[in-house]
Write a protein that binds this ligand. Structure first.
Ligand SMILES: Cc1cc2nc3c(=O)[nH]c(=O)nc-3n(C[C@H](O)[C@H](O)[C@H](O)COP(=O)(O)OP(=O)(O)OC[C@H]3O[C@@H](n4cnc5c(N)ncnc54)[C@H](O)[C@@H]3O)c2cc1C
Length: 490
């Protein structure tokens, strides 16, 4: 057992105490690295973005995180790179910094350090040129009120075209060796009354939570950490799931995708997109890269009622949620798991351990949609997922689910019944299905959309799915994010 955290910074191991309520941003700024800014304090603006390095071969691969939304204890065993660290030892700026200055991409300066770190991670991970599309995607999680996005993208393209060896290129093999030593390290835990524990097995995590009901469970921390940082009386006990290896495992077979609840959204994306490209797009539209690098699928389901974009898709795929209370395991169908907004069929210390997704059988059609006020960085107003088996134009199976039409994501059973055995392109059947959606849901109005808007959107998505599924073609009409409009960036 070890009571301090250890991580690598600038080619050296840093060892320090990590109280349960200390965020990475708090530690950085408290120790004089004030480049990362405290903007929204909830991981939504990108101003506190820093890079996290993990060993990859004999080098290091970088992801970005919002330092306000991770605890210092969560960076145990990784490399951290803050904006102060990227210039060379002699003060020569990183190519991305030089290009940001030349492109006048830093106006008020508040978002610039975070945006620089997103472009740093992109630069360090990529050999050769950087495309405007890749830069746009890297900047997805940044809010710049001066509107310097175009200049930032131009800076990234320029930096990629003028490569030179950087400080972190030179430090790569040293850092990788240090990270390998830290990876073999023992469990993290302090004392029994105030602790940050990072158990290494799902059994240990589940038992510890059952024993300490007052502990805060933190997976990625994207919601849990800002919430605990807002509390006047800070929690004294934190259980981190990030080092429980089994909880991050993903088993992908021909029939089933089984996802450990602590697998991050970025790790899960590839596997979900392989089931259907719409699922990849759903993941890509959850926050920005600095959220998806830490946010877990289990956290998305455990925290989200209406707000879990993946829920409708998992229900339509007939996924199962595997729960753990201490050593006892229980399996709940995704459809029964979500009970109300933020309320699930889950006990107070019951852990989401795995999500098991049966893959659609060959010939089945799957479609999933998210409608939100903006393409990026916007919670869904309505999500919908459609799983059909169509035989000679006739619907042999329909499993349909919606989020945003009721207090919890749920199956549209009346719609499913109305579509049984009908021709998918029969417009009179559509009219009956649209009417049936009103039996399934009675949406409420809120700031994201009126009840009428939600219902009509749900009906329109149903029509869209039926056209696509019934026309027996792979064509999909989808909104493209700003990244696909290359002419915007010239
Ligand atoms: C800026 C921003 C934008 C977002 N945009 C979207 C969006 O567009 N669509 C969308 O669907 N979501 C969105 N989210 C929500 C996001 O998906 C969740 O924040 C994330 O998935 C939660 O995962 P986490 O691992 O960070 O959970 P944490 O923050 O660690 O935990 C969240 C809660 O779930 C509990 N929990 C976590 N893991 C488990 C588990 N395995 N078992 C039991 N309880 C658990 C924690 O105790 C805590 O109460 C957004 C969040 C942010 C911050």
């Amino acid at each position: 057992m070890r009571e301090t955290v250890r991580f690598v910074r600038n080619g050296r191991v840093v060892e320090t105490a990590a109280p349960p309520d200390l965020t990475l941003l708090g530690w950085l700024r408290g120790s004089g690295s004030t480049g990362a800014k405290d903007g929204c304090s909830e991981g939504a603006c990108g101003a506190c973005t820093i890079a996290i390095g993990r060993a990859s071969g004999d080098g290091v691969t970088y992801e970005t995180v919002a330092a306000c939304s991770v605890l210092l204890a969560q960076v145990d065993g990784v490399e951290i790179v803050a904006v102060e660290d990227i210039a060379a030892e002699d003060g020569t700026l990183h190519p991305v910094q030089r290009a940001m200055l030349a492109a006048r991409a830093a106006r008020c300066g508040f978002c610039a350090p975070g945006a620089t770190m997103s472009l740093f991670a992109l630069y360090q991970n990529t050999d050769g040129d950087l495309s405007a599309d890749a830069a746009g995607a890297a900047l997805q999680g940044h809010v710049c009120r001066c509107g310097s996005y175009r200049a930032m993208v131009a800076a990234a393209v320029t930096a990629g075209g003028n490569r030179s060896q950087t400080r972190h290129d030179r430090l790569g093999s040293t850092t990788a060796a240090l990270l390998a030593d830290l990876a073999a390290d023992e469990e993290l835990r302090s004392d029994a009354t105030a602790f940050v524990a990072a158990p290494r097995t799902v059994d240990a995590a589940a038992l510890l939570w059952a024993e300490h009901r007052d502990a805060v469970l933190v997976a990625g921390g994207s919601l849990a950490v800002p919430a605990l940082a807002r509390q006047a009386r800070r929690p004294q006990k934190v259980i981190l799931l990030g080092r429980a290896v089994e909880l991050a495992e993903i088993e992908d077979t021909a029939e089933t995708l089984s996802i450990g609840a602590a697998a991050t959204l970025s790790a899960v994306r590839f596997h979900l997109a392989a089931i259907d490209p719409d699922l990849g797009v759903l993941v890509d539209r959850i926050g920005g890269p600095q959220l998806r690098s830490v946010a877990t699928i289990g956290g998305n389901l455990a925290a989200g009622g209406r707000g879990a974009d993946l829920a409708a898709a998992l229900i339509a795929l007939d996924a199962a949620i595997v729960l753990r209370q201490g050593l006892a395991e229980r399996i709940v169908a995704a459809d029964a798991f979500f009970q109300d907004d933020g309320k699930q069929d889950r006990g107070p210390t019951e852990l989401v351990a795995r999500i098991v997704v049966p893959k659609p059988r060959p010939g089945a059609t799957f479609r999933a949609f998210k409608v939100a006020k903006r393409y990026d960085l916007a919670p869904a107003t309505v999500t919908a997922a459609f799983h059909f088996v169509i035989d000679h134009g006739q619907i042999a199976m329909a499993r349909i689910a919606y989020g945003g039409l009721g207090p919890a994501p749920r199956r549209a059973v009346a719609v499913e019944a109305s579509l049984a055995g009908v021709q998918a392109l029969d417009r009179s059947a559509w009219a009956r299905a649209f009417a049936a959606l009103r039996q399934d849901f009675a949406p409420l109005s809120d700031q994201r959309g009126s009840a009428r808007y939600r219902m009509e959107t749900g009906q329109a998505l149903l029509g869209k799915a039926l056209i696509e599924a019934g026309s027996n073609s792979d064509r999909r009409t989808r909104l493209a994010g700003f990244r696909d409009t290359a002419d915007v960036f010239g």
